[in-house]
Design a protein around this ligand. Structure first.
Ligand code: DGJ
Length: 728
């Protein structure tokens, strides 16, 4: 999969239909090609040496060899490249100029772990091959290892960088991105995701412009505002055709992605940890590991890119016992009770849930300290006996007795000023001496860069998780960082705080998930506010959005599917009028939207009418039928709710033996077109049987002719079809 042509000093990485080629010239790794598989690259795409005005050069005999124009793998600052650099350091003499050159390389089977950071993995050394490129700056003692991994079964290139101070004086790392690629032309559209609380992962697509495009978070978390992801698409690329280059970062904190077109329309694209307000002091022999960037090339449109990310992240990023297990259908107490909970109410909901076939009851916020509203108690992880006089052990036993598993909500990273924890340890939160401590949702952020804070949280959560039979944890995080400073770090390391926090978070979650391997952990940040590949490594599913309105969810889940598999996308049926936006949709449409992900309910089941209970029972039975298909199948987007009045998609089993198609019409239309649902991804030569009617239809017909969507009146209508391949 990785070869080295010694004569031309050229590396060729290839896997699953994709080639990636670069070459060492004068010690610089120069990027040559990334795209469809090549048998070999024999020179057609060698670097083009063009002498340009204002392009500096080191060798007067070769003025065309200029870093200002050459396509590079990991560009530096200071020796003639005026485009944005992939990294920057400051040496003890104050200079920020560096010049790392190739000193050697190593090709090996498998993939190494990244110390302290989440990353994709190979379970078996035969699945992947890696390449380390060693670089060194002779002047200042800086060394770096560029690591590349290719996977046998995926069109993926994973990249990360490790910096080491090989000198005797400290070096300050100011910027260390995970990957940088120079494309030869600028005929691309830039696609990225943006949003906010209740409105995550909208899709933005526009032609590349001459101005630098930056996608970043400076909030201390990956954030709902922007995803640590972007893609470059050829202008005519659509959902099913054309070339796409995807860049995704496995990290949960500040990040930065940049796309810069120069005067000659070459494009530099990069992604990595955010350099904003960051620096890291590297003492002699110390190293710094960047997060990993996962790059996907697809020539089958956005859909091809998404299916690669979906499957790869489901099988080579998410981990643990639940990775390959069907996930339980749950009911969550939040929208049913908010903070006004008691044993009687919770058990009544659980009893109803048990009768309906729900498998997990989740007790959300409000069970601990004296948490009657969001103004107190975060940090005090002991059960509130006023609300739950018999304690969690008793409650969990009762819930298990009703045939359900039991789950519990925590927000471990936070502290309320009105809490015993804060009164005892006011210096345990992120803060800057003599400055105000700015609140958000009435809370402060615990300083997870501190070992004592992490130690407290491990002990507090362990005590709760051992006090009862708890099978699931919803790990919430509801504010971003302000006054970012740590009482434990010296002045010259304060700008390390935000990254040290994320490293501390990862260490904390690693400790808890290893200690409780049977507990299913769900990631949440006011919904999908930290839904990123870094968190997916530790927690195999995420609450996608606090917005449970079925129509809003069509877009939110559509955008989320660009990268993430349906099994990771928590989606619940909630009450109407919807609590976030007030819309009324039918139970059927709410069910179909939620079934398109990791299914559950978020309402007071005791308030349903008998007819509604019957319908919910049917939804649950149907989801159980299609659950393996939804959770382990491939996802095909068919109609885009960002662009039309309809949304449609289908799930297809990996062996094409089964499919479920979902169709949604958002607003009633007096001039309603005749809608046809055309499946994708089926076996055109097979016959499929409609699981509802028993009628048979060819895979070719389902895809090319399609099914007529029944007409009807009213807003927010939906339909579903389920087909199984006929045997023989
Ligand atoms: C935000 C979450 O996204 C909600 O689901 C709920 O858990 C609340 N926090 C509780 O405070």
């Amino acid at each position: 999969m990785i070869s080295f042509d010694r004569t031309h000093q050229r590396f060729h990485l290839c896997a699953h239909g994709v080639s990636y080629v670069f070459q060492i010239m004068d010690g610089y790794p120069l990027h040559l090609y990334w795209g469809r598989l090549l048998s070999a690259l024999r020179g057609s795409a060698g670097p083009l040496f063009v002498k340009r005005s204002f392009a500096p050069y080191a060798d007067p005999g070769h003025p065309e060899f200029s870093l200002a124009t050459l396509p590079q793998e990991y560009p530096a600052y200071g020796s003639g490249d005026f485009r944005h650099p992939a990294y920057q350091v400051q040496f003890e003499n104050g200079s920020t100029v560096s010049d790392m050159r190739y000193t050697g390389h190593r090709i090996y089977r498998g993939k190494k772990k990244l110390r302290g950071l989440p990353a994709t993995y190979a379970e078996d050394d035969r699945e992947a091959q890696s390449l380390d490129i060693f670089l060194q700056d002779d002047g200042g003692g800086l060394q770096a290892t560029l690591t590349y991994t290719v996977f046998r079964d995926f069109g993926i290139i994973a990249r990360s960088v490790r910096f080491t101070n090989g000198g005797t004086a400290p070096i300050r790392l100011l910027r260390g991105l995970s990957t940088s690629i120079d494309f030869r032309d600028g005929r691309f559209d830039l696609l990225s995701c943006y949003g906010s609380h209740n409105n995550e992962r909208n899709i933005s697509r526009h032609p590349l412009s001459r101005e630098m495009q930056v996608i970043e978070s400076r909030r201390g978390a990956s954030s709902p505002q922007h995803d640590p992801f972007f893609a470059l698409l050829r202008e005519r690329t659509d959902e099913d055709h054309g070339e796409v280059y995807g860049f995704s970062l496995v990290y949960s904190g500040n990040f930065c992605a940049q796309v810069e077109m120069d005067a000659y329309r070459t494009v530099r694209a990069s992604i990595g940890m955010g350099p904003f307000d960051f620096s890291w002091k590297l003492g002699p022999s110390e190293s710094f590991q960047t997060p990993e960037a996962v790059m996907v090339y697809s020539d089958q449109g956005l859909g091809g890119m998404s299916r690669t990310y979906n499957r790869f992240y489901r099988t080579h990023l998410a981990r643990g016992r639940y990775r390959d297990q069907l996930r339980p259908i749950l009911v969550n107490s939040w929208e049913a009770t908010y903070f006004r909970l008691n044993e009687r109410k919770l058990l009544a909901i659980a009893a109803e849930a048990g009768k309906l076939g729900i498998e997990l009851f989740v007790l959300d916020d409000g069970w601990f300290g004296r948490r009657d509203n969001d103004r107190s108690s975060l940090g005090d992880w002991t059960v509130d006996r006023r609300k739950l006089p018999h304690g969690l052990g008793w409650l969990s036993e009762r819930i298990h007795g009703l045939g359900l598993k039991f789950g519990l909500w925590f927000e471990p990273e936070m502290v309320s000023p009105d809490s015993d924890l804060y009164r005892a340890h006011p210096d345990w939160c992120l803060h800057v001496p003599n400055r105000q401590r700015t609140l958000s949702r009435n809370q402060l952020v615990l300083d997870l860069s501190r070992a004592d804070v992490r130690g407290y949280l491990i002990q507090a959560l362990t005590a709760v998780l051992r006090s009862a039979d708890i099978n699931y944890v919803k790990w919430d995080m509801n504010r971003h960082m302000t006054e970012i400073g740590s009482a434990q770090l010296p002045a010259d390391r304060q700008r390390e705080t935000a990254h040290r926090y994320i490293l501390g978070l990862y260490e904390l979650i690693e400790a808890l998930t290893s200690r409780f391997p049977d507990v299913l952990f769900e990631n949440c940040s006011s919904g999908g506010g930290r839904f990123d590949p870094g968190m997916l490594y530790y927690m195999p599913q995420s609450w996608t959005s606090d917005n449970t309105d079925a129509v809003c969810r069509l877009k939110i889940q559509y955008g989320t599917s660009l990268l993430y598999p349906a099994i990771a996308i928590g989606a619940h049926v909630s009450a109407v009028p919807n609590h976030q936006i007030g819309r009324v949709t039918s139970l059927g449409t709410r069910g179909h939207a939620a079934m398109s992900g990791n299914f559950g309910y978020e309402l007071d089941l005791t308030r349903l009418t008998d007819q509604e209970k019957k319908a919910v029972g049917k939804q649950i039975a149907f989801y159980k039928e299609i659950r393996p298909l939804i959770q382990f199948g491939d996802f095909y987007r068919i109609e885009n709710p960002f662009e039309s009045n309809t949304a449609a998609w289908c799930f297809v089993a990996s062996d094409k033996s089964e499919t479920a198609g979902f169709f949604f019409e958002i607003l009633a239309d007096p001039a309603r077109p005749l809608h046809t649902f055309q499946f994708k991804g089926l076996d055109p030569h097979a016959l499929y049987e409609d699981a509802a009617t028993g009628s048979t239809i060819g895979g070719d017909e389902l895809m090319y002719a399609g099914l007529a969507v029944p007409a009807g009146k009213g807003d927010f209508r939906s339909a579903v079809w389920h087909f199984r391949k006929k045997k023989g």
